[in-house]
Write a protein that binds this ligand. Structure first.
Ligand SMILES: NC(=O)c1ccc[n+]([C@@H]2O[C@H](COP(=O)([O-])OP(=O)(O)OC[C@H]3O[C@@H](n4cnc5c(N)ncnc54)[C@H](OP(=O)(O)O)[C@@H]3O)[C@@H](O)[C@H]2O)c1
Length: 291
């Protein structure tokens, strides 16, 4: 199995390269290899690749800076994925793309299903939704919406909270924003394990289309942080609850955006574990190896 991956140093990109070890050959393109703001370079990379599947693990992921840089966010999150999907269709290659719970407005009283209407409330969410629509116009394309990704790699909430909890006496954590944490290493394992199915599947296979991938159960940002920090015997910070409004960030966040994974389970037979045990295992590993 040969995979061409956009993204080399990001959190998910790193997790996929680790998961692929001994199972698939990955060529992972960094920004220096292929800048997603350059559509011709994106297309050329796919047309020249020797691969069975293309995976896009790169994105403009900075939610607050995106408010001031919408052209860049749309170029990377919408135009480039559309070019990737078109080039894959030209070559008959399957294409797998990642999206986000930020396509929703967060005004829900139950986990979102794939057929719920997407109504993003910030530039990042709008650019990611435009990307979904651009890629799903092509055959043999899969979009996995993920949320609140954590792992042992890259910039992520669990390692960030563990670090802060050793440095500070008090941590004020948002307690009125709710979502589904997503184990980035389980996601990476799923992507590598499912690659052969996508590679062989005809366009009408249900493995193509839009899916939600997250660990079940709903967590507040506060619960998420507390679950990680409780695993570190050297953590010294006391956690205090605060509100999203108190942070006054440039980009609004959906207040409640848990993702329902019923379709993922039905089509792939994959049941993610509840979020808390996955967060605890990742925190234990980070505490054991340093972060
Ligand atoms: N992290 C989350 O909580 C979360 C939640 C929901 C959805 N997602 C989605 O999951 C996917 C992976 O996210 P992640 O957490 O792994 O993100 P990340 O750690 O921020 O990594 C983003 C990657 O994209 C690359 N990139 C950004 N702009 C680029 C450009 N112009 N050209 C080429 N490469 C570029 C970065 O390269 P450099 O290192 O060179 O900048 C980096 O490798 C994205 O589609 C994201 O929208 C993430």
């Amino acid at each position: 199995m040969k995979i061409l991956q956009f993204g080399r140093t990001g959190q998910v990109a790193t997790a996929v390269q680790v998961a692929a070890h001994g199972r698939a050959d990955i060529v992972a393109l960094s920004r220096a290899d292929c800048d997603l703001e350059n559509p011709e370079a994106v297309r050329a990379a796919i047309l020249a690749a020797d691969c069975d599947l293309v995976l896009n693990a790169a994105a403009f992921t900075q939610v607050d800076p995106a408010e001031a840089r919408p052209d860049e966010a749309f170029a990377v999150n919408a135009t480039a994925p559309g070019v990737m999907a078109a080039a894959c269709a030209e070559r008959g290659l399957p294409f797998v793309h990642l999206s986000t719970d930020a396509v929703f407005d967060g005004l829900t009283d139950r986990p979102y299903v794939e057929t719920d209407e997407a109504r993003p409330i910030n530039v990042y969410g709008r650019s990611k939704l435009a990307g979904e629509r651009a890629v799903l116009a092509y055959p043999r394309t899969t979009v996995l919406r993920i949320s609140w990704v954590f792992s042992r790699y890259g910039r992520n909430y669990v390692s960030f909270m563990l670090r802060l909890a050793r440095e500070r006496e008090v941590l004020k954590i948002v307690a009125d924003q709710f979502g589904s944490p997503t184990d980035g290493e389980a996601l990476a394992d799923f992507l590598v394990a499912t690659a052969p199915r996508w590679a062989k599947a005809p366009a009408e296979d249900p493995a193509f289309g839009l899916f939600h991938f997250a660990n079940p159960g709903e967590a507040s940002r506060f619960d998420f942080a507390q679950a990680a920090i409780d695993r570190d015997p050297h953590a010294r910070a006391r956690l205090e609850r605060t509100s999203q409004a108190a942070f006054a960030e440039p980009a609004p966040r959906p207040p409640r955006s848990p993702l329902d994974t019923g379709k993922l389970q039905a089509v792939f037979g994959f049941t993610p574990e509840p979020w808390r045990s996955a967060v605890e295992r990742t925190a234990d590993r980070l505490v054991a190896t340093g972060f």
